[in-house]
Design a protein around this ligand. Sequence first.
Ligand SMILES: NC(=O)c1ccc[n+]([C@@H]2O[C@H](COP(=O)([O-])OP(=O)(O)OC[C@H]3O[C@@H](n4cnc5c(N)ncnc54)[C@H](O)[C@@H]3O)[C@@H](O)[C@H]2O)c1
Length: 456
Amino acid sequence: MTNESTATSAAGGLDVAVIGTGYVGTVAAVAFATLGHRVVGIESDPAKLAALRAGSVPFFEPGLGEFLTEAVGSGRLTFTDDLAAGVAPADVVFICVQTPPGEDGRPDLTALRDASMAVAAAATGRTVVITKSTVPIGWGAELRRIVGAVGSAADTAVVSNPEFLREGSAVNDFLYPDRVVLGGEGPAELAVVTELYRPIIEQSFPAGRPELEPVMVVTDTATAETIKYAANGFLATKIAFINEIARICDQAGADVLTVADAMGLDHRIERRFLGAGIGYGGSCFSKDLEALSWFGDDHRIDLPILGSVNRSNAAQRATVVDKLRTGLGNLSGRRIALLGLAYKADTDDLRDAPAITIARSAIDDGATVTAYDPVVRTVAALPDVTIADDAYEAVAGADAVVLVTEWREFADLDLAAVAAVMAGDLVVDGRNWLDPLKVTAVGLRYVGMGRSAAAG
Ligand SMILES: NC(=O)c1ccc[n+]([C@@H]2O[C@H](COP(=O)([O-])OP(=O)(O)OC[C@H]3O[C@@H](n4cnc5c(N)ncnc54)[C@H](O)[C@@H]3O)[C@@H](O)[C@H]2O)c1
């Protein structure tokens, strides 16, 4: 945690059940236990459950392990695979299961529906069921229907509470959010959840830093669900936008970093999320844009901006491979080294990772690919890629290097050592993460994303 606040614990505490202990659910479970509630994490994947029960986080998330150890040690956090037993005594149930894209891009609601039915059947007494998973707009009404059909609608309230944490800074984002969004159909439904978040909202921040104080947005369910999609849609659009500007910079001999810096000086625009590079990946942006597009199709609404953002992002990934083709002439028989596999730094998440698309294209062109990532050691989707033990081993003998993930250690690479072991001299900096002058100073060719001016 980095914020200098004075978080307070809940007096008394509630019984909280969290269904699905992946990236979101584990953080929520640990956070509410840290705030003084009795929490049970319910997980159906035996390997994840075993890891959590043994006190270790089954994925890479900085800082989460320490919080997990403390919360489990306090006796306030336990884990089980018995959903009915975990839900029965709970005052509050968070549903945090996956909502991945299905074959056609629509959200696959199988896990969400199964978990919701099981919760509705298992809830006893006054229970608030909170959807934290990102769900199609209108899901809240469907959940109310499920609760009415399967459970005790009179005793079970339904609330939408979309999550905005970022992998890599998830604990901090959860405990010190910009905002907490709650959607429900009445104050009674929302009262318990408002109480649950009160310590997070009311913790005192350093005087004179109003920008750190979170805001609680209380609204109806459909609006809460739309806020989540709108936020992710906008962030993805901002990235895709600057990447299109980067493509223009490449042709114009302009420098996209200077363009983005100058754009960001305009307070209406703001610099963050104007990082030109390889394009977005991860489990959320592309699937949430797909979900919005499907909403448009289903309701016959024309959404040309939202419908084109993923296409623009895919074109940016293709740009990286085009830079390799241009730089090497052709990729057949060439050796390419990827620095980074995770979709961004400080996570091991490979869902929709650009590295996979780029490696596949290069291999399809006849290249062999070696990769190194500080935390990812295997990639099921890339059985034909050799994973090296460090960056220097990955680049040894390579005709070209692509910097795929903006890990801190790649900014500190010994570039002379890289140049000494490479067979070729091409460095494609997919994240504009390296200093072009330092790269060229050791005799390597630098190709960034919209940085032809900077590369000289
Ligand atoms: N990962 C993020 O950065 C992020 C951020 C904000 C919102 N979200 C949203 O939150 C949701 C969860 O995302 P995630 O990344 O944590 O997913 P995840 O796949 O990491 O975790 C989901 C977990 O739920 C478990 N599960 C599924 N059905 C279950 C059941 N019936 N009982 C018990 N466990 C069950 C799965 O085994 C899995 O461990 C998604 O809707 C996602 O869009 C994710």
